[in-house]
Ligand binder design. Structure first.
Ligand SMILES: Cc1cc2nc3c(=O)[nH]c(=O)nc-3n(C[C@H](O)[C@H](O)[C@H](O)COP(=O)(O)OP(=O)(O)OC[C@H]3O[C@@H](n4cnc5c(N)ncnc54)[C@H](O)[C@@H]3O)c2cc1C
Length: 478
């Protein structure tokens, strides 16, 4: 991105919201840039998302969210196919432990079916439940099965969206914080950032937790963002087959926070606390959250899934503009648009981006001319672990670095790490999110230093300047 040019649209924030909008805008003949304060795509709330593609749960009073979730679920496969992102419909079992909860499941089934979600089934045959989910507690008496619930890696999805947008001409500036916004005469905005001044005809505010702060810079005080913290645990792949669906408990007749599900990468995730937070940056885990809540809760559903298989406890804060998404022009600032997601924001991201561009920005005056040369396809880095032996042999013959396994837990090669760097990773988390190097059982204890050596060589920088996730997280003490 360049400070001399005036962009048609600048998007603030490179989470799944900003990445979706950037890709949507790249379908039209517009100059578009994305400005992100962190060192890479998806380093905000998106990286902490569960990555569940929800079925389309009715949310009374929140038509954008409930409609977006439903359409997002239906369309997720197709967009993942275009972007070469793994996605799987794992299905959901909402479980009941007593007669009152079975009655609640019946009500949820009726409401969800009426909302348009297909294939729901209330299963009260315990034998069948055991077949579907062999390690489920005997105390479960029934479950509401929703086949369409899916899962994907949220960071892989956001990176793929933005890589595709960039291949279609979108610019990206990372390590660049927007600090001030001014009107540019009568036409557009000037964004003051830590890396200079950028100009745009229109601005999309996709800054997640900082959304209200960014809006205020443009004179919009019409909304606030609240936070919800979720604490969870990732289990080792050794227990991958122990949970086959998203299995979720009930609270007061609705789906509760407690769950267990198989991630798209073959681990199991268990969780979760749901804690209102005033500090949006407080993504700490607590003994009370994990030991007193998450572990006992998931063990009610899966008593034999032992916590000694935990490899990573972690937390993230969900930025919430309210029960409904806030997707609207700023009241007094023409050409400034807020794109604030929230619950189910991952599922609905790309359909809501289309809604913003077509139903909000175009009626407000943004001229959309479809590009004949828009290419919707993007290819992922070929992952050695997922290749068959012939493909592995071919990859090694083409580049011997593809035969050098760096991360033993996840079977990630030097070739993949080099390609991740070529695609824009400058931090160890950036490499991790693109390759899974360091995401396995040892959590990078064996491959961390080797990854740093490769990064030093490829980036041509002193090793002590390489960070985990941006300035202030240097990996080595000089
Ligand atoms: C723990 C958790 C679990 C979730 N689970 C699910 C789920 O299973 N299914 C589902 O559908 N949804 C889920 N969600 C919701 C969904 O993931 C979020 O709605 C979505 O990721 C929000 O994306 P975003 O791009 O708006 O925010 P972010 O990812 O936070 O992106 C905003 C970006 O703006 C940048 N930024 C902020 N200020 C500035 C500035 N001044 N200058 C430049 N850049 C700036 C930030 O650095 C950040 O990268 C979950 C969310 C969380 C946190």
């Amino acid at each position: 991105m360049d400070t001399e040019r005036k962009y048609d649209v600048i998007v603030i924030g490179a989470g799944v919201a900003g990445a979706s909008v950037a890709r949507e805008l790249s379908k039209y003949g517009l100059s578009v840039g994305v400005i992100e304060k962190e060192a890479d795509i998806s380093f905000g709330a998106t990286k902490g998302s569960h990555g569940l593609v929800h079925c389309g749960i009715p949310a009374p009073g929140a038509p954008l969210r409930s409609g977006g979730e439903l359409r997002g679920n239906v369309g997720f496969e197709a967009v993942c196919r275009e972007l070469d992102v793994p996605f799987e419909r794992i299905g959901k079992l909402l479980v009941a432990f007593n007669a009152a909860e079975v009655e609640a499941l019946g009500a949820i089934e009726a409401a969800t079916t009426a909302h348009g979600v297909a294939g729901l089934e209330l299963i009260q045959d315990k034998g069948r439940l055991k077949e579907m989910e062999p390690n489920l507690s005997d105390a479960v008496v029934a479950a509401l099965y929703t086949p369409s619930t899916g899962v994907a890696d949220p960071w892989s999805f956001a990176i793929a969206l933005l890589e595709n947008a960039m291949a279609n001409g979108v610019g990206l500036r990372v390590n660049t914080r927007v600090c001030g916004i001014k009107r540019d005469g009568s036409d557009g905005y000037v964004l003051e950032t830590t890396a200079g001044t950028f100009r745009a005809g229109s601005v999309v505010n996709a800054a997640g937790a900082a959304g209200a702060v960014i809006a205020r810079m443009a004179g919009d005080t019409s909304f606030a963002i609240k936070g919800l913290r979720f604490q969870r645990i990732i289990m080792d792949k050794a227990c991958g087959g122990m949970v086959r669906h998203l299995v979720r408990g009930l609270k007061n007749g609705a789906a509760a926070g407690d769950f267990a599900f198989p991630t798209i990468d073959g681990n199991v995730m268990v969780g979760s606390t749901v804690e209102p937070m005033s500090d949006m940056d407080d993504a700490t885990t607590t003994r009370g959250g994990l030991c007193d809540w998450v572990i006992p809760k998931y063990r009610q559903m899966f008593p034999t899934l032992s916590p000694d298989k935990a490899i990573k406890p972690f937390a993230a804060v969900l930025p919430l503009p309210g029960p409904e998404f806030h997707i609207a022009p700023a009241p007094e600032s023409p050409g400034f648009f807020n794109f604030m997601l929230g619950v189910s924001g991952f599922t609905a991201s790309f359909v809501m981006a289309e809604h913003l561009v077509r139903n909000v920005m175009e009626p407000a005056g943004l001229r959309l001319a479809e590009r004949a040369d828009f290419n919707p396809r993007r290819k992922d880095i070929p992952h050695f672990a997922a290749l068959d032996n012939d493909a592995r042999a071919a990859a090694i013959a083409a580049d011997s670095r593809c035969g050098h396994v760096v991360c033993r837990c996840e079977t990630v090669t030097e070739g993949e790490i080099v390609e991740a760097i070529r695609r824009g990773a400058t931090t160890r988390d950036g490499v991790k999110f693109r390759t899974r190097a360091g995401m396995g059982r040892c959590q990078s204890n064996f491959c961390g230093h080797k990854t740093l050596e490769i990064m030093q060589r490829e980036l041509g920088v002193p090793v002590e300047t390489i960070t985990k996730k941006g300035a202030g997280s240097e990996e080595l003490v000089p």
